[in-house]
Design a protein around this ligand. Structure first.
Ligand SMILES: [Zn+2]
Length: 589
């Protein structure tokens, strides 16, 4: 429980928070300075040799060794305050450098062991190179111990590592230290002065990195920054890869369901992102294809949503007259298979990949495995599978269908572009032959299947049918321009698509209509009527499936309403501070 720390914004496991120190507020991620006053007040550890690090006798003490037992509740003594814990210190952190597995494990174990609404301080190891990764893992507080020690060791730190001062020809930095003197002047200083100047540069560099990482957390794209940052070090790259392999559960609980930012899938690690795995799982677990005779597999497009792209406009033109018989599935990396109905869902309309035409083995394996799983689950709903694919897409698809012993109709010859006239004509002819009778897809059917699929995807299978169901005499209407559709029943709006986030949002009437399907997305609150937002202490219980930015329904003795989750369900239950739900609509009951 925390009284003086509050998380204000989350980006995966990374957070921006406010630490209420005596007399002032500090924002986290925070870099504490080894010589600062604030630290001494906070720590109240007279025997700590932190404060003496600037003296020559102690500069080479073992880093982190001053600290206390593993995950120690240090912050228990503040003037005039009762006992409480606002942040924890992970001690002997420098030992973690022996193994990337240990590094990942120790920090994540610590984070798992302590409540979500307290800060975690990992002392003495932060550098400008690793700070973003530390924050990504859930560390809130670092310090400049390492920067100072390195100064005393004659080491000049840079964003991507460190260089011995003796090896530098010029100072590659514009901080106040580096701008004020030349490398020769710096080398000419006596030991203590040189060490202090180097320490000041190293600290300024770390401080700048903290600000950069904070900006990334605010924007919701720290992951992209971390993928970029770890490149400079085999150790840090290994830490990220190990976490992607072994710590799914930890990051799944913390990764938002949607964001406004596009996923930049520029590295091999992007394939392993929670958003990618979650999307693939949900296509299998929370999606039912509409009843159509023919499955048509299409390649993705750079422009999202796909149906707005020039290539998909051509594909749709070619099949227009028979579209009522056809279910469209888009093959893509790294999201693997995207049913047409889900093309505007996050992250299907929110990712970008470098297009080279070359797919590496891991990418092929991942997309193949997802296509295989989709076909195994849904094949019986189709009479025929048609693939309008070329190049790597075609190779992947034929590999999978051969494995499964499925007959498939390919409409692109080898070496032919899917958008070429001849291939498009072939698609048109083959589709006409296979379908026989013309059947266009009505705008209403297309919109309904999209909203239904999105509701299932978001809340679980069943929600979609409940949402679009009507009794005799009732009339369902879908208005608005693609993709900003609005679903209403008898004049009352039930739900609308929010394209900025790729999610479906419910009105009070919509939520009441599908209450049976919302149990996993329900937040139980105390006996009050919330205004604006529901704070964590007001939450009695919350669905475990709830993630940041999920649509939720809240129910209490006095109120019923809908809103957007600002923390995960488990976090709402365990936290004592912070906004749990942003209320959109509420009614008294
Ligand atoms: Zn500098």
């Amino acid at each position: 429980m925390s009284k003086f720390y509050e998380v204000r914004k989350r980006d995966g496991a990374a957070r921006i928070g406010i630490l209420f120190l005596p007399g002032e507020k500090k924002q986290t991620p925070l870099m504490l300075r080894v010589e600062s006053e604030e630290k001494l007040e906070v720590i109240n550890a007279e025997d700590s040799n932190f404060k003496d690090l600037s003296s020559e006798e102690t500069w080479n003490v073992p880093r982190g060794a001053v600290l206390l037992p593993e995950v120690h509740p240090l912050f228990t003594m503040v003037k005039d305050a009762p006992l409480f814990v606002d942040f924890f210190v992970l001690s002997f952190a420098s030992n973690m450098h022996n193994s990337p597995k240990d590094f990942a494990r120790r920090i994540i174990d610590a984070r798992n062991m302590i409540p979500p609404d307290v800060a975690l301080w990992v002392p003495a190891i932060a550098t400008a190179e690793n700070a973003a990764l530390l924050f990504y893992m859930g560390v809130d507080i670092i310090d400049d111990t390492n920067a100072v020690i390195k100064g005393y060791q004659g080491i000049y730190q840079v964003e991507e590592g460190e260089i011995r001062l003796t090896e530098l020809e010029e100072l590659p930095c514009n901080c106040s230290v580096c701008a004020s003197l030349s490398i020769n002047e710096l080398r000419g200083k006596d030991f203590k002065e040189r060490a202090l100047l180097l320490a000041r540069h190293n600290t300024a560099l770390l401080d700048k990195e903290v600000k950069k990482a904070k900006e990334r957390i605010r924007a919701g794209n720290l992951r992209e920054y971390v993928e970029m940052k770890v490149r400079s070090s085999a150790f840090l790259t290994a830490v990220l890869r190990i976490m992607d392999l072994d710590e799914d559960a930890y990051f799944e609980l913390r990764t938002p369901i949607a964001r406004r930012e596009c996923i930049k899938a520029n590295t091999m690690e992007s394939l392993k992102r929670i958003e990618v795995k979650r999307f693939a799982n949900r296509v299998l677990e929370r999606y039912e294809p509409p009843t159509r005779r023919i499955l048509l597999i299409l390649p993705c497009s750079a422009k999202k949503p796909y149906s707005m792209s020039p290539s998909h406009t051509k594909f749709i033109d070619a099949i227009e007259d028979y579209r009522g018989h056809i279910h469209e599935l888009i093959l893509t990396s790294p999201l693997s298979v995207v049913p047409r109905e889900l093309e505007i869902v996050y992250p299907a309309a929110f990712y970008d990949i470098p297009v080279t035409g070359y797919w590496d083995a891991e990418e092929r394996e991942w997309v193949s495995s997802c296509l295989r799983a989709y076909l195994e689950r849904n094949l019986r709903s189709y009479d025929t599978v048609v693939a309008h694919l070329s190049g790597a897409y075609k190779e992947i698809c034929s590999g999978v269908t051969e494995d499964l012993g499925i007959e498939i109709v390919f409409t692109c010859e080898n070496g032919e572009e899917a958008t070429s006239k001849v291939a498009l004509n072939r698609l048109k002819e083959r589709i006409a032959e296979l379908c026989g009778e013309r059947k266009r897809l009505s705008g209403f059917e297309m919109k309904t299947s999209m909203i239904k699929a999105m509701a299932d995807f978001q809340f679980g299978i069943g929600a979609g049918n409940e949402l679009v169901a009507k009794k005799e005499g009732e009339r369902i209407k879908i208005t608005g321009r693609y993709p900003s559709y609005k679903l209403s029943l008898g004049g009352d709006v039930l739900a609308r698509i929010v394209p900025e986030y790729g999610i479906l949002s419910l009105t009070l009437k919509g939520a009441r209509k599908i209450m049976n399907s919302l149990s996993s997305y329900m937040v139980q609150i105390g006996d009050f009527v919330p205004e604006g937002s529901i704070l964590a202490p007001g939450v009695v219980n919350a669905g475990e499936q709830i993630r940041v930015n999920d649509e939720v329904v809240f129910v209490g003795e006095k109120a019923f309403g809908v809103g957007r989750a600002k923390m995960s369900g488990w976090e709402m239950v365990e936290s004592r501070r912070g906004v749990a739900v942003q209320v959109r609509a509420v009614e008294e009951v």
